[in-house]
Design a protein around this ligand. Structure first.
Ligand SMILES: Nc1nc2c(ncn2[C@@H]2O[C@H](COP(=O)(O)OP(=O)(O)OP(=O)(O)O)[C@@H](O)[C@H]2O)c(=O)[nH]1
Ligand SMILES: [Mg+2]
Length: 306
């Protein structure tokens, strides 16, 4: 038996000399446009969006790779004061992301400026550069944007400030270049053709959750979580079973609706989105399950992936 010779070629030697790689946390108050920003910068829909606050619950990875390097964006839940255990998990996702990040992008809605104490989370990481992204510029005049800029300059010390519209993908041109300038040299963390680290079934459950935000009112979207329990890929179709978990028994009826109409609509709308995402025909079966107070149960939260 012959020994396999050890490679004398260091891993990553084929990378350009100045290849950069690092993590960039996308942080901000609820509804500031963080997920819209992630999708805009990647040019693809990865993270779910709604006009309601607290849409994002997990840290969502979105990967940009080009000849200059690799940027791993981390979309995060909006920063809030936790009211139940799910909120605490959401804030842990923010903390982990900022901890891992080489750079923080703070997305700001000029109509919802943070008080100094709402930026306290950044204090321990103040050595990490922060880029201020004044978002929704399509909606605000020069005066309000300048006011937002001055307000933030007094609380944090942004390394750079950009005025953008994530919705219209405006003001993002120089950004990738500037991000690379702040990142360290190093090999990529993920294969360059990879766009995210989450499995397909995670995105499926998120797309159903997005439709819960779109179709149901009041506390319903906040009381639900979605689990994909079966994902079977066949030649021409993907068969998916998903359960929607509600927080209280009374919510089950609302979710299903009269004669099952509401659940049917949820199924149809979700299927359309999932088919676009997976680029394949989908058969989607939805179930509703009650798990009393799952949002406050460590065991349930864990088993539901939080
Ligand atoms: N007019 C305008 N609306 C925007 C812009 N960016 C985001 N929005 C809207 O703001 C709302 C919230 O967007 P999201 O991307 O879900 O915000 P988020 O910060 O991820 O929210 P959470 O995940 O709940 O913290 C949606 O209705 C978006 O369409 C923008 O540049 N201009
Ligand atoms: Mg979001």
């Amino acid at each position: 038996m012959t020994d396999v010779p050890e490679s004398t070629v260091p891993i990553g030697s084929s990378l350009p000399e100045n290849y950069k790689s690092g993590f960039v946390a996308i942080a901000g108050k609820p509804n500031a446009g963080k997920s819209t920003f992630l999708n805009a910068i990647l040019g693809t829909k990865l993270s779910i969006i709604s006009p309601k606050v607290q849409t994002t619950r997990h840290r969502i990875t979105g990967i940009h790779s080009d000849d200059n390097g690799q940027i791993v964006f981390l979309d995060t839940p909006g920063i809030l004061e936790p009211r139940y255990k799910l909120h605490e998990k959401m804030m842990q996702a923010v903390k982990r992301s900022v901890e891992d990040a080489d750079l923080v992008l703070f997305i700001l809605d000029p109509a919802d400026l943070p008080e100094p104490e709402e930026m306290a989370w950044y204090k321990p990481y103040a050595r990490k550069p922060l880029f201020l992204m004044i978002n929704k510029a399509d909606r605000f005049g020069e005066g309000q944007i300048e006011h937002a800029r001055e307000h933030m300059n007094e609380i944090v010390n942004p390394a750079k400030t950009h005025v953008i519209s994530a919705l219209n993908a405006q003001g993002l041109d120089q950004l990738v270049e500037e991000i690379f300038e702040t990142l360290p040299k190093g090999p990529p963390f993920y294969p360059p053709d990879q766009l995210s680290e989450h499995p397909e079934r995670f995105f499926v459950s998120e797309l159903i959750r997005e439709q819960l935000f779109a179709l149901y009112r009041a506390e319903i979207p906040y009381s639900c979580t979605v689990n994909v329990i079966e994902f079977k890929e066949e030649d021409s179709i993907i068969k998916i079973d998903a359960e929607i978990v509600v927080n209280r028994n009374s919510q089950k009826g609302i979710l299903i609706g009269k004669g099952g109409a509401a659940l049917k609509k949820l199924g149809t709308e979700s299927r359309i989105e999932i088919e676009t995402f997976l680029n394949k025909k989908v058969f989607l079966n939805l179930f509703v399950k009650v798990r009393e107070k799952w949002r406050d149960s460590e065991t349930f939260l864990r088993s539901f992936g939080y």
